[in-house]
Design a protein around this ligand. Sequence first.
Ligand SMILES: [Mg+2]
Length: 125
Amino acid sequence: MPEPRGIVAFVDIDDTLIRSFGSKRIPMTEMVRHVQELHRDGVLLYAWSSGGGEYARASAQELGVESCFKAFLPKPNVIIDDQPLEEWRRLIHVRPAAATSKSVAEYVSEVFGDAQSSAQRDNNS
Ligand SMILES: [Mg+2]
């Protein structure tokens, strides 16, 4: 099966892109900028939220980054898959504070690093 080489990122809304204090909404500006950079650098972005897909879309719109996302989804409650999440390959969890300092190249290296070296081994054998 051919493996896609691009990075696909699912981005949370609450306390990742925006914080709420009562009725006040405070954008997390470094993360908003990070989303813009990832989109510019070709990362396929999805926004998802426990508040639902429409809430995710409305929040992205409020932050001015709606066009950075391919789609808006609710977070899942049930994942039906033959592999448990902890066995998924090429999946990393990054907290917002760590994400903002990362480049796409760093994501690529963390996600595909092993796959690339094993592909090189295959080519050399
Ligand atoms: Mg959250």
